[in-house]
Design a protein around this ligand. Structure first.
Ligand code: ADP
Ligand code: MG
Ligand code: MG
Length: 895
């Protein structure tokens, strides 16, 4: 087995396609070498060695040592220098690098190969003792810190002492003798801290460094990063050993980092910084203030020209924006790294779009390069990045929760939904802080700029509602101590009172004390609000083009989850083609409607119940008319009442009293009712189709409202396509009984009105049993005409995890690798996904061509969308502001 790959002198054993074995850095150093970019020679120890080490009881392959010896010899020949040689010593860097770039891995060691003798000889040879000892002290520091774990600060102290003694400010003002002295001090620190002498043999230094890189793969820091970024299935890290290029050789030397285009705005301009007479990470570490790359034109015009040519060459070769590192040694330029550059959402879109215009990449390729998070950044307000960074460095970070609703907001804190409404009416921007939210809080949430909860997960009530509105929201911030009585929230040693200002970043989950300016999205202004100024912006145009390209490729239809005409309008503007889920219960909380619902619940007789229900009919009908109108020509799936009835009843004494007064009954009646509806396990209790089975009047009223609205709209010329959906069935009989009622109700109205309206009756697939007998559910004349997989509940019931309580054990489950990610966010393909697939297959056996879609939160998750495309669904449905992301993901699933 081959474990080591060399590059240098214009040829290389590896290439850019070998990232898995050589890591990104190693693969690209090899690639750059073969395309004629100047790169110091070196070799890569493959990731297989790291993999071997951890699968063989922390031992290395027996052939490795000899192989490394062979490649050192090659490198020595290539560079014309030898390890430990006093005439011509070889110095190298040792660099980690996995297939995916990953902070948390071992930092780079530079100038390896130096010892007292070599440093002295080198200083004489190059006639620059200063540089020799500067390199040496850096090496002792890095080797001590990075390889042996000696606290970096211990070295820093010695350097500061030396500077103070010499009366200078900067490192590069120290003389050769002073630096020599620093080296001796550093060695003492090393010995004191490690209990060993500093290793003098280059090979010994190298072996120890290689080992340290391999070990850094499993540090908690690296593991945490991989988990957070969902990086799985990598063999390990590679180790790159590379001849040094010296940027610290004087005024004709230097080092820098650059992007081939602007990574924050995406403009096609060289962007970066460099430092004269410096080495390694000096630029990034902010030791001195670097110069903008464009100034190199005046300092070193020839080198600038060469670098700019390489910039164009690399971009052309890789076909994407690159992030490069380079060093200049006595006027000679060396490239030390290239990789695909990280970019903001705006830059991602701009670069992809520009490259299509430049004829560099296809539209499909452009679509692949933009991800959901990138698009999101274009759709939502953001906190001003530099103000946010400085607030965080000022210790104003209050807490970090789950990023449940994207965007950003700044406002005054309130603790009740009523206060949110009242303050908002006074023209204030408010941030609603709650332990959790319930349907009763929706008006307050609507009035708030952002909502924060201390409990709940990504599919909790607050999160779902916020996402459907595109509202900034952070949930599950468990370290917030909220005191409703005192109207304060405390965290991280800070207390925020009612009226205090908090800034919220819903894309990261961060909350910051004090005001941070936000900037709005021109895309939303242009697309949704029809703002003509916003429509003139480049970002608006790019967004539209990209969405059109996506629509040209995708096979899945993207619908939206919307409960109101307003949501429907936003979703249509963002490209939704129909409604996948309209939750009728949300309509019951608007305005005074809940009182009719409560009346219905209190009703003792069927008559009284019917009377209360009749009050709800006009409201529902009116909502449906609005929705049908917005969705002209597209299907609208409307779900019958789903939640347990107790959700509509007041939870506290005051609420009960108010209800008793309004209903004109004794409070004991209200209490008894609440008592009688109390369930130990409401999510598995009297809800969904079970409600309509026991109270068919509810189902009749809803069917009536839907069909009457459809007839009314159809008469005005709207093309209406109602799809009435029965929730939570487990047995086909449940569906059949209710479908019969719905069809009889609907047919009677249509016959009476004489309007040509066609409708479908289908069901939500959310109980595992239903997916397993799906052919019986869809089969026959009485069968379901469509399926919509409710993957929130399907996940909940398949795993048996309550989605509102998963937060209490999810971190541990992720930690112990029982779960790789929250199954409520990204579909569990193996289990829940299998049920979806099975349900589709069986369902279409029962009814050929059966329309199947998904309406859980997963409909807006790119990885899940890809899966749904694969199992042959007709559509996915997601909250309005996720529609563009779903359109993009649906296109990516095809490419
Ligand atoms: P990171 O992955 O953190 O960027 P690198 O391995 O790229 O770490 O090393 C950090 C820096 O060290 C590089 O940007 C470069 O400035 C310097 N460096 C690494 N190898 C060499 C080398 N062979 N010659 C000169 N400088 C080097
Ligand atoms: Mg680094
Ligand atoms: Mg680097």
């Amino acid at each position: 087995e081959k474990y080591v790959y060399s590059w240098g002198g214009g040829t290389a054993e590896g290439n850019a396609t070998m990232k898995q074995e050589l890591g990104g850095k190693g693969a690209n150093l090899a690639e750059m070498t073969t395309i004629g970019v100047p790169v110091p020679p070196g070799f890569t120890v493959s990731t297989k060695v790291c993999g071997y080490y951890y699968s063989h009881n922390e031992t290395l392959p027996s052939t490795l040592e000899a192989e490394i010896t062979e490649h050192i010899a090659r490198l020595e020949k290539n560079k014309g220098a030898t390890f430990g040689d006093l005439e011509n010593p070889l110095l190298v860097s040792v660099r980690s690098g996995a297939a995916v770039s990953m902070p948390g891995m071992m930092d780079t060691v530079l100038n390896l190969g130096l010892n007292d003798d070599v440093a002295a000889a080198m200083g004489k040879k190059i006639n620059n003792e200063r540089m020799a000892y500067d390199s040496y002290r850096r090496f002792i520091n890095m080797f001590g810190d990075v390889v042996m774990g000696v606290d970096h600060h211990k070295f820093e102290v010695k350097l500061s002492e030396a500077k103070k003694k010499a009366g200078v400010q900067n490192d590069n003002e120290l003389s050769a003798d002073e630096l020599k002295e620093v080296c001796q001090e550093y060695k003492k620190v090393y010995e004191a801290e490690t209990g060993e002498a500093f290793p003098t043999d280059a090979r010994d230094q190298l072996d120890k460094s290689i080992m340290a890189v391999i070990k850094s793969w499993m540090t908690p820091r690296a593991e945490l990063y991989r988990q957070k970024e969902k990086i799985f299935g990598l063999e390990g890290t590679a180790v790159n050993v590379q001849a040094m290029a010296f940027g610290n050789m004087g005024q004709d030397s230097g080092t820098g980092v650059a992007f081939t285009r602007d990574p924050s705005l995406g403009t096609n301009e060289f962007y970066g910084e460099f430092l004269v007479d410096a080495q390694g990470e000096d630029v990034v570490a902010g030791i001195r203030t670097p110069m903008p790359i464009k100034e190199m034109k005046t300092v070193w015009p020839d080198i600038y020209k060469e670098l700019d040519d390489i910039r164009l060459k690399l971009e052309k070769h890789y076909g994407d924006m690159q992030d490069v590192e380079f060093t200049i040694e006595k006027g000679k330029l060396y490239m030390l790294q290239t990789r695909t550059g990280k970019r903001t959402g705006l830059a991602a879109v701009k670069i992809a779009w520009d490259m299509v215009q430049e004829g560099k990449i296809s539209k499909e390729e452009a679509l692949k390069r933009i991800d959901g998070d990138h698009l999101n950044q274009l759709l939502f307000p953001i906190l001003n990045p530099s103000e946010k960074a400085s607030a965080i460095s000022d210790n104003r970070l209050f807490s970090t929760g789950l990023p449940a609703g994207p965007g950003a907001a700044t406002g005054q804190v309130v603790f009740t939904a009523d206060d949110a409404v009242a303050w908002h009416k006074q023209g204030k921007n408010v941030i609603l802080v709650r332990k959790e939210t319930s349907p009763e809080d929706v008006a307050g949430m609507a009035s708030a700029e952002a909502c924060i909860t201390s409990t709940g997960g990504m599919t909790s009530h607050a999160a779902v509602v916020a996402r459907s509105w595109g509202k900034c929201c952070v949930v599950g911030a468990g370290d917030l101590a909220i005191d409703y009585d005192a109207k304060t929230v405390t965290c991280n040693g800070m207390t925020v009172k009612e009226g205090d200002i908090l800034a919220v970043d819903g894309s990261t989950g961060e909350m910051i004390v004090g005001e941070i300016p936000t900037s709005a999205s021109p895309v939303i202004a242009g697309v949704v609000d029809g703002d003509t100024e916003a429509q003139k912006t480049e970002v608006f145009k790019m967004f539209n083009d990209i969405m059109n390209w996506a629509d040209g490729v995708k096979k899945l239809t993207v619908r939206t989850n919307a409960d109101s005409p307003r949501d429907s309008k936003v979703a249509r503007a963002l490209g939704a083609q129909g409604i996948g889920l309209c939750r009728t219960e949300h309509m019951f909380f608007e305005g005074d409607r809940v009182w009719s619902v409560r009346k219905m619940i209190l009703a003792e007789s069927e008559e009284a119940r019917k009377e209360a229900i009749a009050e709800l009919l006009p409201y529902q009908r009116e909502d449906f008319e609005g929705i049908f109108k917005e969705m002209d020509g597209y299907g609208c799936t409307i779900r019958l009442l789903d939640p347990p009835l107790h959700e509509f009843l007041p939870g506290d004494e005051a609420g009960m009293k108010e209800m008793a007064e309004r209903m004109n009954v004794d409070i004991s009646v209200v209490k008894e009712k609440i008592e009688s509806l109390h369930e130990l396990n409401p999510m598995l209790g009297h809800r969904g189709c079970r409600l309509s089975i026991t109270y068919p009047e509810i189902c009749v009223m809803q069917a009536q409202a839907i069909i009457e609205a459809a007839c009314n709209e159809a008469k005005k010329g709207t093309v209406v396509k109602p799809e009435i959906m029965v929730p939570l069935i487990g047995k086909e009989e449940e569906f059949q009984i209710l479908a019969k009622i719905i069809r009889e109700t609907a047919d009677a109205i249509i016959a009476e009105r004489g309007v040509d309206v066609s409708y479908q009756v289908g069901t939500m697939m959310e109980i595992p049993r239903a997916t397993l007998v799906a052919d019986k559910v869809s089969g026959g004349d009485a069968g379901a005409e469509f399926f919509s997989f409710g993957t929130n509940d399907l996940t909940q019931m398949t795993f048996g995890y309550s989605r509102d309580d998963i937060g209490s054990f999810l971190p541990e489950y992720l930690d112990q690798k029982i779960l790789r990610e929250d199954p409520f966010q990204s579909i569990d393909q193996e289990g829940v996904g299998y049920l979806v697939e099975r349900g589709v297959t069986l369902g279409r056996q029962g009814r050929p061509g059966l329309k199947c879609g998904v309406c859980g939160e997963h409909g807006g998750d790119p990885a899940s969308v890809k899966f749904f495309h694969g199992v042959g669904l007709d559509y996915v449905s997601c909250s309005p502001y996720r529609v563009p992301i779903a359109r993009l993901a649906a296109a990516q699933a095809v490419i």
